[in-house]
Write a protein that binds this ligand. Structure first.
Ligand SMILES: [Fe+2]
Ligand SMILES: [Fe+2]
Length: 280
């Protein structure tokens, strides 16, 4: 991994940890990572928005155990969105509202826990519009930009207009869509394996097939999510794409991960059964 990419991952991790441990927002960045002060300043500037989103939306509306679309995922999408905002700041001729990047990321999958995945982009956009805190702090134009970003966040459903980064709406929408793509192979394997086992109920070789085929379909050579819109986001994940393009190598990684995952799952199930037997 190149030095600059390593620094990017450190920055994203710092932002994610700041949101997770929302008190003293940005303080630890100023104290321990003075070279990243810009990130600490940005977090402190949007402190009240982040505190609301973490305390009232993320902690309540996203499942802590869902590795696919739960708390960990939404915090990662927020962190990458804010990181991208800093990276792209000098390239745009308008003022970036970092609160908007945080709000649209926090709401993008908000309806999944209650309503499931089908049409979740629309149900989640309605949740954003219904939120009083958000409604009182943004004008109609900003609200509609965030609503559009949530509606168009799914890579499989995007249009050319959504990817037009010269328009304000297209720019915000593209940041969210890029941030929602799995940045590393480890993130992809964790999320896809969880979905295959816990949502689809697959077992054994079915899990390997699903995780492998879904990865190729989504991120492979002609995959619908293979290309990021912003170069910065693409650079973040190009190592992952390189592995997916090399199908035998990708299959090997999938098999190794899934075998370990299922092994851990079975020993946990056995432990629970043993406990039930002992208690009975
Ligand atoms: Fe989504
Ligand atoms: Fe998502």
């Amino acid at each position: 991994m190149t030095k600059s990419k390593e620094l990017d991952f450190i920055a994203i991790d710092m932002i994610a940890r700041s949101i997770e441990n929302i008190d003293n927002l940005g303080d630890h960045i100023h104290e321990f990572y003075p070279d990243f002060a810009e990130y600490g300043d940005m977090l402190q500037n949007i402190e009240s928005t982040l505190k609301y989103l973490k305390g009232s939306i993320i902690s309540w509306k996203y499942s802590p155990c869902d590795a696919g679309h739960g708390v960990k995922h939404v915090i990662m999408v927020m962190a990458i969105s804010l990181w991208l905002g800093i990276k792209l700041k000098k390239k745009v001729d308008f003022e970036i509202d970092f609160r908007m990047l945080a709000v649209q990321a926090a709401f993008h999958d908000v309806s999944i826990a209650d309503m499931g995945r089908e049409n979740h982009e629309r149900f989640s956009a309605i949740e954003l519009l219904k939120d009083d805190f958000v409604f009182k702090r943004f004008d109609k134009e900003k609200l509609m930009i965030m609503v559009n970003s949530v509606i168009s966040h799914r890579a499989s459903k995007r249009t050319a207009k959504d990817n037009d980064v010269s328009s304000l709406s297209g720019w915000y929408s593209s940041v969210l869509s890029d941030a929602d793509k799995d940045p590393t192979i480890d993130v992809y394997l964790e999320r896809a394996t969880y979905t295959a086992v816990c949502e689809h109920g697959f077992r054994g070789s079915e899990v390997v097939e699903h995780v492998f085929e879904h990865g190729v379909k989504k991120f492979g050579t002609n995959g619908y999510a293979g290309m990021c819109i912003f170069e910065e986001a693409y650079a973040l994940s190009d190592e992952f794409r390189e592995i997916v393009y090399d199908e035998p190598r990708f299959r090997e990684r999938v098999e190794k991960y899934v075998t370990a995952y299922i092994g851990a799952l079975e020993s946990e199930e056995r432990r629970q059964c043993a406990e039930t037997v002992q208690a009975g």
